[in-house]
Write a protein that binds this ligand. Structure first.
Ligand SMILES: Cc1cc2nc3c(=O)[nH]c(=O)nc-3n(C[C@H](O)[C@H](O)[C@H](O)COP(=O)(O)O)c2cc1C
Length: 345
């Protein structure tokens, strides 16, 4: 068992990463159904939340069926972060996570996200303000440091633990790396192996297969793994990791019927959460991910995104399942997209 404050997760839990415009309640529910043990909202600006911005408040929505779920905040101002933490607590998520990893200029420039990696004292102050403002378990998600020259995280992690946080997730890159190079799990392991660390340490970065997840858990000794890009359109990654861990065998690839069923499940959640128009709009970017690799799928996704109502989408999804019912799916390598590739630093 792994405990995050009062939340108990199974051994070697699998976490769905917070992802902007991706980790919304319908997607989180799909990932929970396929074995994610804990999910997070996308990051929410503490300033927008305190100002009462509707778009920020909406990100606090939680389906009861998806618990445990964490809400992630970012912000560079202690008072604002504390006020936002109190707002988050009122909506009763399972935990509150602070983002100290977002590398984009707009966030870093506010002294938030990965911006604090240049100033550990500030990072500690922001975390302390949050921990004091809420009775929820507070966790932190961050990167290894600002750049190659400042991979100082072993010491910073101890200081964060001393603020009272209940778990730490580390993306094994620096801020200046964005998504380039490979995530450095050896440094994540150095944090985990520091005998002073008591809280769970979750590793994050580049997990794209069941084999790699199991190997990295063993090799680096982390308490659990967080998965981001590999889960987009492929919630089976969680199930596959658990299957491989339990049996030593790869799980069979999801069938066409399963892929279509997951599309329908996500669609139902999107309609429930967003209403018919917005729900359908939301889904338009998702079909191609779920159906990737199936024959003639470009043609179908082109049609799916143009359909004006959910009934039409469901009928076409049924047609795809019917037409491809004898198609035998094979396991496919998951391609991880290099986000922020053109981001100005
Ligand atoms: C589209 C996208 C949006 C993201 N948004 C967030 C976010 O809101 N908060 C956060 O902490 N990390 C965010 N991340 C970073 C991921 O949580 C994760 O740390 C990163 O993708 C590395 O994990 P992976 O290799 O498993 O994808 C985002 C990543 C992607 C790809």
């Amino acid at each position: 068992m792994v405990n995050i404050g009062n939340i108990t997760l199974p051994d070697f839990p699998l976490l769905l990463a917070p992802m902007e415009d991706v980790s919304d309640p319908p997607f989180r529910a799909v990932c929970r159904a396929f074995g994610a043990d804990l999910t997070y909202s996308e990051f929410i600006s503490s300033a927008s939340l305190v100002k009462g911005a509707i778009h920020a408040r909406r990100k606090l929505d939680i389906f009861d069926s998806e618990r445990p779920v964490g809400i992630q905040l970012y912000g560079g101002d202690e008072e604002m972060l504390a006020q936002a933490a109190a707002i988050v607590e009122a909506t009763n998520p399972s935990l509150l996570d602070i983002n100290f990893g977002c590398p984009v200029k707009g966030v870093v420039g506010q002294g938030a996200g990965a911006g604090v990696l240049r100033d550990p004292d500030r990072m500690v102050r922001l975390t302390t303000a949050c921990v004091k403002a809420t009775s929820l378990p507070v966790t932190v998600k961050t990167r290894l440091g600002w750049d190659e020259g400042s991979k100082n995280f072993v010491e910073v992690a101890e200081r964060l633990q001393d603020t009272g946080i209940k778990a730490l997730t580390i993306h094994g890159r620096t801020r200046t790396q964005l998504y380039k190079g490979e995530a450095d799990w050896a440094l994540i392991a150095a944090v985990k192996n520091n005998p002073r660390m008591q809280i769970p340490i979750f590793g994050n970065g580049d997990i794209d297969s069941a084999e790699k997840a199991v190997e990295y858990t063993r090799r680096f000794g982390v308490d659990g793994i967080m998965i981001g890009r590999a889960a987009i359109g492929y919630p089976w990654i969680f199930r596959e990791i658990k299957h491989f861990r339990e049996t030593g065998e790869p799980a069979p690839a999801p069938t066409v019927a399963e892929r279509v069923a997951v599309c329908r499940m996500h669609l139902a959640g999107a309609l429930k959460w967003n209403g018919p128009t917005q729900g359908l709009n939301e889904m338009r970017g998702r079909y191609a991910h779920y159906l990737k690799g199936l024959p003639n799928i470009k043609e179908y996704t082109r049609r799916l995104v143009r359909l004006p109502d959910a009934a039409g989408v469901e009928a076409l999804l049924d047609e795809i399942a019917q037409l491809l019912q004898n198609y035998v799916t094979e396991p496919q390598p998951i391609q991880l997209v290099n986000y922020h590739e053109n981001c100005a630093l």
